[in-house]
Design a protein around this ligand. Structure first.
Ligand SMILES: [Zn+2]
Length: 463
């Protein structure tokens, strides 16, 4: 019996090798495929500027923006291209959400901790498809076991956005992300993991050495950046907002492990103390920052640290029962949005846009609306640039761990072809992005069209 199973095991090794290499071949074949699409007569928002271009033609070949020209595209250049008659509509880069949790959008916290993993993965897959069809062609996933989902999307098994995964959120005992119940305390060091850890949603680490292990595990699994919680959070039951969690030495251990791997650490942090400590430890990006003060804003700006923040809608608190601590904490954070975005503007902090929608399928439908909401603080063009070209600059901090090397978030020659054709001018009316089903008539990711609502005859004949 023993020898049979050993033989079977040995026999599977070369097969596993074969399967892997065929996956790699399939991916490279898809990316070098030279199918072409010509967007004719579009006005371009390039992901950086404050105005649309004049009427332009954009040729996509394979997964790359091959040529942009205000003159008609010569027939030998555009030969074989599928023509999309833009009719003066706006062509813009696909949207990027810098704070997303692909695995945590639809389930409730209880379902996440008690549910069947296979079911949770399928639910996340359905959400990923909807995410792409809202025009979000890339998400930076800041916590949750999204590696398998990312792989399935990249392999073409499932429709969804590009995912920059962090893997498990790394937290301390009692920190934001420690979802254990009182009966699960004390933890036996070296003992079985809590349910949250088993699912890969969050890992608990209470010393620099433990932090190094947990960070390196996420890197092994394919994390493009590392996420720690440096202070208290809204959704965790045992985590006061004012709490600072990791010590500077613990944070520095994470930074060293990530930087040795060529990437960076971002931290969840609301308060001045947690933000300042993270910066002292070498952290490159702050998530949220809603309770920061003037001195902290000045420090973030001086050190060139990124702020990845959100304009949370009040309805986000509906995930928590009336009268609960979580609900009270949510409103304390929401009240800081105005001040934080004011400071971000005043100190010219490098600011990224994200939504951090959790545990709410209904809020997920409003992902684009949360971008439109930024027009309360920024011009529409600035808001759109934040969600495209600027966000892509932060994605590039992943360095060699960037899973999608190439330029994202911009429309320029040589950039990756993630594109939206918008029925109207989103700089004149940013609310267009709040209704993607109606207003995003074409959605392209990596040169492939996932939605085309234009009449087929129109798409074929051009104008
Ligand atoms: Zn989050």
């Amino acid at each position: 019996m023993k020898s049979v199973s050993r033989r079977a095991f040995v026999a599977t090794i070369p097969l596993a090798g074969l399967a892997l290499s065929s996956v790699v071949r399939a991916q490279s074949a898809a990316s070098t495929e030279q199918a072409a699409t010509l967007f004719q007569n579009v006005r371009v928002f390039d992901g950086k500027s404050d105005a649309l271009s004049a009427a332009t033609n954009v040729l996509v070949r394979g997964n790359i923006i091959d040529r942009i020209s205000s003159d008609p595209m010569p027939s030998h250049v555009a030969s074989g291209a599928n023509v999309i008659a833009g009719g003066g509509r706006t062509l813009m880069p696909g949207l990027i959400d810098m704070h997303w949790h692909a695995m945590l959008v639809r389930p409730t916290p209880a379902q996440l901790l008690t549910g069947d993993i296979g079911h949770l993965n399928l639910v996340a897959g359905a959400e990923a498809t909807d995410t792409l069809l809202r025009g979000f062609t890339t998400v930076r996933d800041l916590g949750g076991p999204s590696f398998g989902l990312k792989r399935a999307i990249d392999e073409g098994i499932l429709t969804g956005p590009r995912i920059y995964p962090s893997g498990a959120i790394i937290t301390v005992t009692s920190g934001h992300g420690d979802f254990r119940h009182p009966f699960e305390v004390p933890r036996v060091l070296g003992g079985p993991q809590s349910r949250g850890e088993q699912t890969g949603a969050a890992m608990i680490a209470d010393s620099p050495d433990e932090v190094r292990v947990r960070v390196r595990e996420q890197l092994l699994l394919g994390a493009s950046q590392i996420k720690l919680t440096a202070g208290g959070g809204v959704a965790s039951p045992n985590s006061p907002l004012d709490a600072s969690t990791f010590t500077e030495a613990e944070l520095r251990a994470a930074v060293e492990a990530a930087e040795n791997w060529g990437t960076y650490v971002t931290v969840h942090a609301y308060t001045p103390v947690s933000i300042q400590r993270a910066i002292a430890a070498g952290v490159k990006c702050i998530e949220h920052g809603h309770l920061m003060d003037e001195a902290t804003a000045s420090l973030i700006a001086d050190k060139g640290i990124w702020l990845s923040t959100q304009a949370f809608p009040d309805e986000m608190a509906d995930a928590f029962p009336a009268g609960s601590q979580e609900r009270a904490k949510a409103f304390e954070v929401f009240a800081g949005t105005d001040r934080t975005l004011g400071l971000a503007k005043k100190y010219k902090i490098k600011t990224a846009f994200g939504t951090d929608i959790l545990f709410s399928p209904s809020l997920a439908k409003r992902q684009g609306e949360l971008l439109a909401k930024f027009a309360r603080w920024y011009t529409p063009a600035e808001s759109l640039a934040m969600a495209t070209g600027t966000n892509a600059q932060l994605l590039a901090l992943s360095g060699k761990r960037n899973p999608y090397p190439g330029k994202l978030g911009v429309i320029e020659q040589g950039a990756l072809a993630d594109l939206l054709l918008v029925d109207g001018d989103p700089i004149a009316d940013i609310k267009l992005v709040a209704d993607p089903a109606k207003n995003f008539v074409v959605i392209m990711k990596d040169g492939k069209i996932y939605k085309n609502r234009l009449e087929p005859s129109m798409a074929l004949t051009g104008r």
